[in-house]
Write a protein that binds this ligand. Structure first.
Ligand code: GDP
Ligand code: MG
Length: 684
C-alpha cells in the first residue's frame, strides 16, 4: 500500500460493480448504499424502486442503463461508486466507466457462474488493467454452488482466482460465510444487512472445508509473496495483516482475484465486500501515473496522482439535466479543478470554463468549490467537451488515450406523429447525440440525405428502443419509427476512371470546371484516401483544395443504395482549364460528379457490419450450433471446451444474426447463450 500522499486520497476508492445482466449488481449496490448509511430505505429491483436505477426505463425494464456515480463512506474511506450497465448494447458505457475506475467488484450468479457477457466485460477490464474482486451472489438460490462458480471463473479467466471466504449453508440454508483470513464464521440472520453475528467457532459442517480452503489460500499467496512463502515454509503463524498485504499486492497488480460470497437479496455477506474493497483494491495513489500526449510537442508525458501536478482530467460521461444544461462527469487524475477555472480541452483545442462542481449521489448532487486528483465529480459550464476528452491547464496541455468508440450499426427512420413536434424532436435528438457518442442522427434536411427521412443510429435495437422511449417520457414526443435496418457501407472492387465537366453561364458570371479522376479499391479499414497526380501548374492551392473537397463529397453516397463509401482511394489525374471562366467551385462540382460516375463503374459492393459472435452451449449441442452458424454464412474461428460446455467463436454479419436468440434457444433447449460485438465492415 502506498505510504506516500495525503491520507484522504489513500482512503479513496474509485470502483465499479460489473456483472452480467441479472447477476444482482443493482441489488448489491442498493445494499451497499444502505449499509453505508447513504440511503435509509432499501429499494428492491423487482419493486421498481432501486435508488441507483433512476431512469424510468431502467426501473421498468429492471436493467441498468446509465452509469450513475455516487459517493459512499465506509470505515474512514471514501468510495466513488460507478454503476456500470450490463447489457451488451451499452458496451461503450461499460468501457467509459472502466477507463476511469481503479478497481471493480465483479458480481456473478451463484447458480450460473460466469456467463458470456461477464466474460466480455471481464476482457474489457483486462485491457484497462482494472484490479478486481469477485462476489458470488445469489448463494441462497436453488442450485447455487460456490465451488462450481469459482471453477467457472478459473476456467475462463487468466488471473489466479482465490476464495477468501467459503459459504455456510447452501441454497435455502445459506446464512453466512467463513472468513478465511481471520478464520472466523459470521452469519446474517436479520433483514438488516448490517446485523452480523460472529460465531464462537466455525460450524462443524464446514470446518474441514474451511481448513482446506485456508490452506489453499496460503499456498496460493506463498506463490505470489516471498514474505508469505518464508513463513509458510517455516510453518509459522501468518498474521492477518500479512495475508491482506499479499492479497492486495496480487490484486492491484492484476495477478490475483480474491473471491467472496453472499446473497444481496437476503442481506448476507454485504459489509465484507466493502472491507475487501478497502483491503484489496487500490487507491488512486497506488496506481502508476497516467500517461498522455502533449499536443504541442507530440511527446508522451505523465501525471502523478498529486494535486500539485498540473491538472489532468478525463470526461467520461455527458448527461443533460432537466433544465437542458450539460453535466459532464470527469475523473481527475492529477492537479485541482475549481469553480471559475478556465481549462483547455486538448482534444478539440478549445478553452472552456468551469462554472460549478458537484459530488454526485445518483439523482442528487452536492455542490463543492473544488476537486482534487483522484476524485470523480460532475461539472457544469463545459459547453463542448465530449466523452473521452481530456481537460488540462492551458499552459500544460495533455491528452490521454481516448476511449475507443463503437460503430452505430443499426438505423431507424423516425418522425413525429404530429408535425408540431418536429422542431422539438430535432432538438431532443441533437441532445441525445451529444450525450451519447454511440447514438447519431441524420436529419431529413441534410444535403446528402437522399432518403428524405430523419434517421437515428445506435448500437443495437434495444439502444434505439430506449432512445425512443426517452423521447416519449422526457419530452413528451410521440413518434413513428420504421423497422430497424442494418447500416451498410459501400466499397469498390475494381479500378475505374471518369471525366466530368461543369459549365454554367449566368448573367454576370461564368463558372467552369473539369476533372479527370480515378478510383481504386483500398485495403479493409483504410478508409477514404485522396491523392493528387496532376502536375499542371494551373491548379494552384485554392483549386486543389476545392478538387479534394469535391472528390470527398463524391464518395459520401455510394452508387448502390447511397450508403457511405469506405476503403477506397480517389486520385485526381488532371483537368482542362478555360481562361476567364475556371473557378474553384466549378472544379469542386466537376470532381464530385466525376467521382460518382467512376464509382458506379468500379464494381461496387456492399460492406456489412461483421460481428464477433460467441456462443456457449452444452457440448452435446456444438454440432447443431456450428451448423446453424454455417447456414448464416458465419466463419467459425475457434471452438474450445470449458467444463461441460463448449464455446464457439465466429464472425457473422449482423443482418444474418436476426432471430438468432430464438433459434439458439430451441436448438440448445434453452441452455445456450450468446453475445455479439461489432468488429469491422467487410464484404460478406
Ligand atoms: P442486475 O441486472 O445485475 O442489476 O441485477 P438485479 O440487482 O437487477 O437483480 C436481478 C434479479 O435477481 C432481481 O429480481 C433481484 O431481486 C434478484 N436477486 C438479486 N440478488 C439476489 C440474491 O442474492 N438472491 C436471489 N435469490 N435473488 C437475487
Ligand atoms: Mg441493474
Amino acid at each position: 500500500m502506498s505510504k506516500q500522499g495525503p491520507t484522504w486520497l489513500r482512503r479513496t476508492r474509485n470502483i465499479g460493480i460489473m456483472a452480467h445482466i441479472d447477476a444482482g449488481k443493482t441489488t448489491l449496490t442498493e445494499r451497499l448504499l444502505y449499509v453505508t448509511g447513504r440511503s435509509h430505505k432499501m429499494g428492491e429491483v423487482h419493486d421498481g424502486e432501486a435508488v441507483m436505477d433512476w431512469m424510468p426505463q431502467e426501473q421498468e425494464r429492471g436493467i441498468t442503463i446509465t452509469s450513475a456515480a455516487t459517493v459512499l463512506e465506509w470505515d474512514d474511506h471514501n468510495f466513488n461508486l460507478i454503476d456500470t450497465p450490463g447489457h451488451v448494447d451499452f458496451t461503450m458505457e461499460v468501457e467509459r466507466s472502466l477507463r476511469v475506475l481503479d478497481g471493480a467488484v465483479a458480481v456473478f450468479d451463484g447458480v450460473s457462474g460466469v456467463e458470456p457477457q461477464s466474460e466480455t466485460v471481464w476482457r474489457q477490464a483486462d485491457s484497462y488493467r482494472v484490479p478486481r474482486i469477485g462476489f458470488i451472489n445469489k448463494m441462497d438460490r436453488l442450485g447455487a454452488n460456490f465451488e462450481n462458480a469459482v471453477e467457472s471463473m478459473r476456467s475462463r479467466f487468466a488471473q489466479t482466482i482465490i476464495p477468501i471466504q467459503i459459504p455456510i449453508g447452501e441454497e435455502g440454508e445459506f446464512r453466512g460465510n467463513v472468513d478465511l483470513v481471520a478464520m472466523k464464521a459470521r452469519v446474517w440472520e436479520s433483514d438488516d444487512p448490517r446485523e452480523c453475528t460472529e460465531l464462537d467457532a466455525i460450524p462443524a459442517e464446514v470446518s474441514d472445508d474451511a481448513d482446506l480452503a485456508r490452506e489453499a489460500l496460503l499456498e496460493c499467496l506463498a506463490d505470489h509473496s516471498d514474505t508469505i512463502a518464508l513463513q509458510y515454509l517455516e510453518g509459522e503463524d501468518i498474521s492477518e495483516e500479512d495475508i491482506w498485504e499479499a492479497l492486495r499486492d496480487g490484486c492491484t497488480t492484476n495477478k490475483l482475484v480474491p473471491v467472496l460470497c453472499g446473497s444481496a437479496l437476503r442481506n448476507v455477506g454485504v459489509p465484507p465486500v466493502l472491507d475487501a474493497v478497502i483491503r484489496c483494491l487500490p487507491s488512486p495513489l497506488d496506481l502508476p501515473p497516467i500517461e498522455g500526449v502533449n499536443p504541442n510537442s507530440g511527446a508522451t508525458e505523465s501525471r502523478a496522482p498529486d494535486e500539485k501536478e498540473p491538472l489532468c482530467a478525463l470526461a467520461f460521461k455527458v448527461s443533460m439535466m432537466d433544465d437542458g444544461r450539460r453535466l459532464v462527469f470527469v475523473r481527475l487524475y492529477s492537479g485541482k479543478l475549481g469553480a471559475g477555472d478556465t481549462v483547455y480541452n486538448a482534444s478539440q483545442g478549445i478553452k472552456e470554463k468551469i462554472s460549478r462542481l458537484f459530488v454526485l449521489h445518483s439523482k442528487t448532487r452536492k455542490r463543492v468549490e473544488s476537486a482534487k486528483a483522484g476524485q470523480i465529480v460532475g461539472v457544469l459550464g463545459l459547453r463542448k467537451t465530449r466523452t473521452g476528452e481530456t481537460l488540462s491547464p492551458v499552459n500544460a496541455p495533455i491528452e490521454v488515450e481516448p476511449i475507443s468508440s463503437y460503430e452505430p450499426v443499426i438505423s431507424q427512420a423516425i418522425e413525429p406523429m404530429s408535425l408540431r413536434d418536429k422542431e422539438k424532436l430535432d432538438e431532443s435528438l441533437r441532445k441525445y447525440a451529444d450525450e451519447d457518442p454511440t447514438f447519431c442522427v441524420r436529419f431529413d434536411d441534410e444535403e446528402d440525405n437522399e432518403t428524405g427521412q430523419t434517421l437515428i443510429r445506435g448500437m443495437g435495437e434495444l439502444h434505439l428502443d430506449i432512445m425512443v422511449d426517452r423521447l416519449r417520457r422526457e419530452y413528451n414526443i410521440e413518434v413513428n419509427v420504421g423497422t430497424p435496418q442494418v447500416v451498410h457501407r459501400e466499397t469498390i472492387t475494381a479500378i475505374s476512371e471518369a471525366e466530368e465537366t461543369f459549365d454554367r453561364e449566368t448573367e454576370d458570371e461564368k463558372i467552369f470546371g473539369n476533372a479527370h479522376v480515378r478510383v481504386s479499391p483500398g485495403e479493409r479499414g483504410s478508409g477514404i484516401q485522396f491523392s493528387n497526380e496532376c502536375v499542371e501548374e494551373a491548379f494552384t492551392e485554392p483549386y486543389l483544395q476545392a478538387i479534394e473537397t469535391g472528390c470527398l463529397e463524391g464518395t459520401a453516397a455510394g452508387p448502390l443504395h447511397g450508403f457511405e463509401t469506405d476503403d477506397l482511394l480517389v486520385t485526381f489525374l488532371g483537368g482542362t482549364t478555360r481562361p476567364g471562366a475556371s473557378r474553384p467551385l466549378g472544379y469542386r462540382i466537376a470532381a464530385s460528379t466525376a467521382v460518382r460516375k467512376a464509382l458506379s463503374g468500379a464494381s461496387p459492393q456492399l460492406l456489412h457490419p461483421m460481428m464477433t459472435v460467441e456462443v456457449v452451449v452444452p457440448t452435446e449441442h456444438v454440432g447443431d450450433v456450428i451448423g446453424s452458424l454455417n447456414t448464416r454464412h458465419g466463419r467459425i474461428e475457434d471452438v474450445s471446451e470449458i467444463d461441460s460446455a463448449s464455446r464457439i467463436h465466429a464472425m457473422v454479419s449482423l443482418e444474418r444474426m436476426f432471430g438468432y436468440s430464438t433459434e439458439l434457444r430451441s436448438l440448445s433447449q434453452g441452455r445456450g447463450s450468446f453475445t455479439m460485438q461489432y468488429s469491422h465492415y467487410d464484404i460478406e
